[in-house]
Design a protein around this ligand. Structure first.
Ligand SMILES: *[C@@H]1O[C@H](CO)[C@@H](O)[C@H](O)[C@H]1NC(C)=O
Length: 480
């Protein structure tokens, strides 16, 4: 059976060929996500990444690096010690580098612009970084200023950013630490923001954010991390793809061996207008509805996307003109999503090998299918990328069959099955389950049948392979 094969493979440790890089961002706030979306420091798999970045620290008004969530990040005052638990992950993989990311979209640009503007305030910043990193055993800093000269930054940032990076790089290297940076993949930002030849001197790895290239700020559906331009792209939209950004950075002077290409473990969603116009450039009016875990309109983690597809009748499209899938489900408010699957991330990892780049970066680990609900293996996207980057054979993860469902079948007393919205088990019969919604008159339920060879797992709340469910001791009526 395919599934057993992939589980056996997971038991074998994967090692990257010397020099290849897989940088993984970890969103520390994912510990606050509900249900199966909750992801803590220890949920990271340190064998699947060469570098793990803790997102994020911020910048204080005193120009020092600032801890954004002291309760989660620090041990003081009965805190949860996120930083120290994170850097402790190197005990599970001594080759792993753990770094601290500073900035990110929500931090804005203005503070960073002001700090970088004078040698005195840069020195205060650099000194504070060294103290914090050493205190928590980080191996380096990841600078996520989004972006110099943009979003409230000043034109002088073009020069000041380089001074800042040079001073950081020299101070960190003197302590045996590294400096990396997340940088824009948009031509309109790259041109004013980065002196690429100078930046390249003072950096260990450049993380190209080759995603979010399309989104619900546009009036049409498009894939946000398409590898190559789509045949329908014209004009400036020809720049909004990963290949363009990689080539542009190289052409402007970035050394290939310091470049990693960003691959998103999430999709960007739209609410399309018309159920008969569902392709790339379908008219779209709004962001798609938020998912249950990430809870942000316009955004769905791969874990949310694949769980939806397991329980709802989604249309998945493999447009021959692109390497990535998109999918839509009209009954869920015309929801449309462009995302990555194991095949597309394998192609992207191979692309970085062919191109001679250092490797890949992912944003971010906690939206991979880390519970293993959709392919019978945990972290199917990251594992696939690790396999390809390490020159291994790409083992396509098996896909659990989706369920078929009967929208009309209900029982006389839905409340007997419905304990929560979404899938609920039938204690007497694991060959089907009840999908529940709270309606105006109380619980409403729909029966959904599990495909042959699968049974409904009362703990994972999906139709899982029969072996898995029976081994866990569930479903005495349906197990041998
Ligand atoms: C990190 O690991 C060491 C050694 O196992 C342990 O003593 C320490 O408590 C750990 N720190 C945290 C915050 O878990």
């Amino acid at each position: 059976m395919k599934l057993l094969l992939s589980l056996a493979l997971l038991g074998v440790s994967l090692y990257l060929a010397e020099g290849l890089t897989l940088v993984c961002y970890f969103s520390s706030w994912a510990t606050y996500r509900p249900g199966n979306g909750k992801f803590t420091v220890e949920d990271n798999d340190p064998s699947l990444c060469t570098h793990l970045v803790y997102a994020f620290a911020g910048l204080g008004s005193n120009n020092k690096i600032r801890v954004l969530d002291p309760y989660n990040d620090l041990c003081e005052d009965y805190g949860k010690c996120g930083f120290d638990r994170f850097t402790n992950l190197t005990r599970r993989n001594p080759k792993l580098k753990t770094t601290l990311g500073i900035g990110g979209w929500n931090e804005g640009s203005t503070k960073y612009s002001n700090m970088a503007a004078s040698a005195a305030s840069r020195k205060i910043f650099v000194d504070s970084v060294l103290v914090l990193l050493k205190e928590h055993n980080f191996h380096g800093l990841d600078m996520d200023w989004e972006y110099p000269t943009q979003r409230g930054g000043s034109p002088e940032d073009y020069v000041n950013y380089i001074s800042l990076m040079k001073e950081l790089y020299e101070a960190l290297h003197a302590e045996g630490m590294i400096l990396t940076a997340a940088v824009s993949a948009g031509k309109a930002t790259i041109d004013p923001a980065y002196n690429i030849p100078e930046l390249s001197k003072y950096i260990d790895i450049l993380h190209l954010m080759t995603y979010d290239l399309h989104g619900s700020w546009e009036p049409y559906a498009h894939h946000h991390s398409i590898l190559y331009a789509h045949p329908e792209d014209t004009g400036d939209t020809l720049w909004l793809n990963q290949d363009f950004a990689v080539n542009y950075w190289i052409e402007k002077g970035a050394p290939k061996e310091k470049l990693v290409m960003g691959v998103p473990l999430y999709g960007r969603t739209f609410r399309i207008k018309d159920e008969t116009n569902t392709g790339i450039y379908a008219p779209a009016t709004q962001p798609g509805a938020a998912g249950p875990y990430t809870r942000e309109p316009g955004y769905l983690g791969y874990n949310e996307i694949c769980e939806y597809q397991m329980t709802e009748d989604w249309t998945v499209v493999h447009d021959p003109a692109m390497n990535e899938p998109y999918a839509y489900y009209i009954p869920n408010n015309y929801l449309w999503v462009g995302y990555e699957d194991p095949d597309s991330v394998a192609i992207k990892a191979q692309y970085t090998l062919d191109k001679g780049l250092a490797g890949c970066m992912v944003w971010s680990v906690e939206t991979d299918d880390f519970h293993g609900k959709c392919h019978g293996m945990k972290f199917p996207l990251l594992t696939t990328m690790m396999e390809v980057l390490s020159g291994g054979v790409y083992t396509k993860p098996s896909t659990l069959p989706p369920t078929t469902w009967d929208p009309f079948r209900t029982s006389p007393d839905p409340a007997a099955h419905c304990k929560q919205a979404g899938p609920n088990p039938d204690p007497n019969d694991c060959t089907h389950y009840w999908f529940c919604n709270m309606g105006e008159q109380g619980w409403e339920e729909y029966e959904r049948k599990c495909d042959a060879g699968t049974l409904f797992s009362p703990t994972n709340l999906i139709c899982d392979w029969k072996d898995n469910v029976c081994k866990a001791g569930f479903c005495p009526n349906d197990c041998p």
